[in-house]
Design a protein around this ligand. Structure first.
Ligand code: FA5
Length: 362
């Protein structure tokens, strides 16, 4: 190392090397006292910044003999690297300490784990699945149809021409181009019979729409349609099918009652009542489910009208059939003792969580 022969005022090479080493030590000692990220960053700027202590010394590099510059430059880089490393190390140590303090405060690893809560099926889904299972076991296939339906399928083909008063009972939402939001699942009868010859034995669950809104009527509600067409299907078959269904759905001690009624697409037609599943058909005056009558209306039914067979091209001399349509949400209401239909659509978890998958009988 050449320390001699330098003009006066020029830095001494050995002294410069020693100064870089001293800088490193000083930085290390100051860093030992730094307690925050802010302190560490300030120190970093003071040593490595453009006007920092390392840069100050580097400026002297041009004034030492060229032969010594490589050596001093190497020492300078060593000091810089070391200060940078120590800065990174100190910052990482600080972050670790903060994380550990946080974990100590918030995580007690000895506590039992928190399980992830599973959702439950919606009560109307439970009821639909159960109904599907019951009818499937009786030989019915499950079919579906679109919610936006042609007026022809929803009304005309079901023996309900435009001026028929029965259209008022099922006022619905009309869409442009002869389409409606279907007001019942009965158009699936038409679609199924148009799609193929008899025999037909289907149920068709799905949502329907009407201009209704109160505690027992919602503007959108699910129905389930049933249709059985063959060479010799009788009213007796209809009653036996519905009886078997309510026994499985509401319980073995449930009875049914058919009351004369009117639907344009069935003749004869009936309202279907099930004995009250709450007071077991006793008609207790205080029963809030059947309001003391002992019976609950669950839907409409009847023998397929010959005009419906004509609309789908079936020969009324070859076939007979029965059909029914039940309100699925009304049945859920009765089965679970729910007082207001609208609860099914409000998405209140306190209500929905009461219906566990295992809580229905199949
Ligand atoms: C019909 O919709 C006929 N298509 C049923 C039918 C099918 C009869 C096949 C004969 C042959 P109705 O309008 O009565 O019928 O409705 C059937 C059931 O749907 C009612 O008994 C009731 O349980 C339910 N329902 C009717 N309107 C509403 C509503 N706004 N909200 C909830 N449920 C309703």
């Amino acid at each position: 190392m050449s320390g001699s022969g330098m003009s006066s005022g020029a830095p001494d090479t050995a002294a410069l090397v020693a100064q870089f080493a001293a800088l490193e030590r000083e930085h290390a000692s100051e860093l030992g006292k730094a307690t925050s990220e802010q302190d560490i960053r300030a120190l970093q700027a003071r040593y490595l910044g453009k006007k920092g202590r390392v840069s100050d010394l580097m400026r002297l590099l041009g004034r030492i003999p060229p032969a010594d510059r490589a050596l001093v430059g190497q020492k300078a880089n060593q000091a810089k690297d070391s200060i940078e490393r120590q800065t990174d190390h100190a910052l990482a140590a600080l972050a670790n300490a903060a994380l550990e303090a946080d974990l100590r405060r918030t995580v007690d690893v000895t506590l039992p784990g928190r399980g992830r809560r599973l959702g439950t099926l919606h009560p109307l889904t439970l009821v639909r699945r159960e109904i599907e299972q019951i009818f499937h076991a009786m030989g019915f296939e499950v079919r579906t149809g679109p919610w936006i339906e042609s007026e022809w399928n929803n009304f005309d083909a079901l023996n309900t021409p435009p001026d028929h008063p029965a259209r008022d009972m099922q006022d619905t939402f009309f869409v442009e181009g002869g389409m409606v939001l279907r007001s019942h699942t009965s158009p699936v009868q038409i679609r199924t019979m148009l799609a193929g010859p008899p025999p037909v034995k289907i149920i068709a669950p799905g949502n329907v729409f009407r201009r209704d809104d109160d505690a027992t009527h919602t503007p959108m509600f699910p129905q389930v349609e049933g249709l059985s067409v063959d060479g010799d299907v009788s009213f007796e078959d209809l009653k036996a099918t519905l009886f078997a269904f309510v026994q499985r759905f509401f319980g073995a001690d449930t009875d049914i009652r058919l009351r004369p009624s009117f639907f344009p697409f069935t003749e004869p037609s009936a309202e279907v009542d099930a004995s009250c599943c709450d007071c077991r058909g006793q008609g207790r005056a205080a029963c809030r489910v059947c309001k003391g009558t002992g019976w609950l209306e669950i839907g409409g039914a009847g023998m397929v009208h010959p005009n419906v067979f004509a609309a789908v091209g079936y020969d009324k001399h070859d076939v007979t059939g029965f059909a029914f349509g039940m309100g699925l949400s009304r049945m859920a209401m009765l089965k679970y003792g729910v007082g207001d239909l609208r609860l099914f659509y409000e998405n209140d978890l306190r209500f929905l969580e009461q219906f566990q998958v295992g809580s229905f009988n199949t």
